[in-house]
Design a protein around this ligand. Structure first.
Ligand code: CAA
Ligand code: FAD
Length: 380
């Protein structure tokens, strides 16, 4: 077994690290405070290839492996989780979904500008009354012959206002349950499509979360992804990979907090010595480092499963479950190690603690990951 990263993987990780430090760190506190979307940085991330990392170069992507994506996600998330959620949604939900299940015409029209970062995308499954219980979709897509008539509301949509292309899950044949659901490509500006107010959030405040309203939106038939009724399977298959992205986001939030806490503990003195020399603090750092290493191994293993075309439903869910809980724990400890300084914004760790919480909620709550894992274990 070879635990060494390839030269290319190291290069991608280091490029993401440099980018995060030079382009995302300046202004990250202010963007969080003002709930400001990191538009300029996202544009640059697109130019550097971070928004379509795994997409085939013939569709404008980087043709990289999922392990490289995990490494880059960790580095970006160490500094700015509001930027890394944009990266995760665009790469693992929108681009991956279109590349794997879209028609050639859809790839030419939508995937290429998404993979190059010319535009960004959104993935729209959740509704006011359908979050974890995702099959109970209330949004309808009625078959009108040459188009679908889309009506309903989506909630909590990341990139809600900044996106140009939206993958929308909706029910066409309610009597068929999840077999009646379709996935449609909706463009911003289609008549009857409205973006609701921005959510005022606890964390990832720079990211752009909105509800979306569809009122008799005419979506051409050629914008359906996959066969009639494939929409729920599309969402589940796409989310299985998305969870590797969010696991890596949680990993990055934890390792960012750990690195800050380690550096601080070597500078701050109390009772005549650096606080890292007090065993209570040293042991916290040892626990954090061990948990982060475990989380990184889980993320890389799930990514490796995906790269080997093996099933990654269970390993991706395990990585997300573990890393999300671990990020909460590590960021709380990082604040504790900083003492009072950890409670104020200049030291970054309070933001990382607030950002960590979302990783236990989106792309399937921690409870939902346990459902996925337990079903996989029991049914195998
Ligand atoms: N791959 C392929 N098919 C899958 C699948 C997978 N990974 N998981 C489930 N399916 C299929 C099942 O096989 C089943 O099909 P059949 O009946 O033909 O066998 C169908 O999907 C329905 O599955 P279940 O019967 O298991 O459905 P359920 O109602 O029990 O729900 C669930 C399963 C796993 C809980 C699912 O509803 C779920 O994942 N919920 C969470 C939703 C979620 O993650 N939302 C995230 C929104 S996006 C987001 O959050 C983005 C962001 O923040 C940035
Ligand atoms: P509920 O499903 O109502 O769950 C409430 C509680 O009950 C949770 O603790 C849950 O774990 C628990 N629970 C529910 N069912 C069970 C069960 N069977 N067993 C045990 N416990 C259970 N969605 C998108 O589609 N696209 C996006 O881009 C997107 N971005 C988001 C960004 C943010 C900032 C947020 C907050 C959410 C985002 N979401 C997005 C929505 C997110 O995926 C949902 O919030 C999440 O899936 C949970 O759904 P819910 O909020 O309706 O909670």
């Amino acid at each position: 077994m070879d635990f060494n990263l390839t030269e290319e993987q190291i290069m991608i990780r280091d490029a993401a690290r440099d980018f995060a430090k030079s382009e995302l760190l300046p202004g990250v506190i202010e963007r969080d405070e003002k709930q400001q979307f990191p538009a300029e940085a996202i544009k640059k991330m697109g130019e550097l290839g971070f928004l379509g990392m795994m997409v085939d170069p013939k569709y404008g992507g980087g043709g990289m492996d999922t392990v490289s994506y995990v490494l880059a996600m960790e580095e970006i998330s160490k500094i700015d989780a509001s930027a890394s959620v944009v990266m995760s949604v665009n790469n693992s939900l929108v681009c991956w979904g279109l590349e794997n299940f879209g028609t050639e015409a859809q790839k030419q029209k939508y995937l290429i500008p998404l993979a190059t970062g010319e535009i960004i995308g959104a993935f729209c499954l959740s509704e006011p009354e359908a979050g974890s219980d995702a099959t109970s979709q209330k949004t309808t897509a009625i078959d009108m012959g040459d188009h679908y008539l889309l009506n309903g509301t989506k909630n909590w949509i990341t990139n809600g206002n900044s996106a140009s292309v939206y993958l929308v899950i909706a029910q066409t044949y309610p009597e068929k349950g999840h077999y009646g659901i379709n996935a449609l490509i909706v463009e911003k500006g289609m008549e009857g499509f409205e973006v609701g107010l921005k959510e005022n959030k606890l964390g990832i405040r720079g990211s752009d979360t909105h509800s979306l309203m569809f009122n008799n939106v005419k979506v051409p038939k050629e914008n359906r992804i996959g066969e009639d009724g494939f929409g729920f399977k599309f969402a589940m298959k796409t989310l299985a990979g998305g969870r590797i992205g969010i696991a890596s986001q949680a990993l990055g939030i934890a390792s960012g907090a750990y690195e800050l806490a380690l550096a601080y503990s070597k500078q701050r003195k109390a009772f005549g010595k650096e606080i890292s020399q007090h065993q209570a603090i040293a042991f916290k750092l040892a626990d954090m480092a061990t948990d982060i290493e475990l989380g990184r191994l889980l993320c890389i293993k799930a990514a490796w499963h995906k790269d080997q075309q093996m099933n990654y439903d269970q390993s991706g869910a395990m990585a997300k479950l573990f890393c999300a809980d671990m990020a909460m724990k590590a960021t709380v400890e990082a604040v504790q190690i900083h003492g009072g300084y950890g409670y104020v914004k200049e030291y970054h760790v309070e933001r990382l603690m607030r950002d960590a919480k979302i990783t236990q909620i989106y792309e399937g709550t921690s409870e939902i990951q346990k459902i996925v894992i337990s079903r996989s274990i029991i049914n195998s």
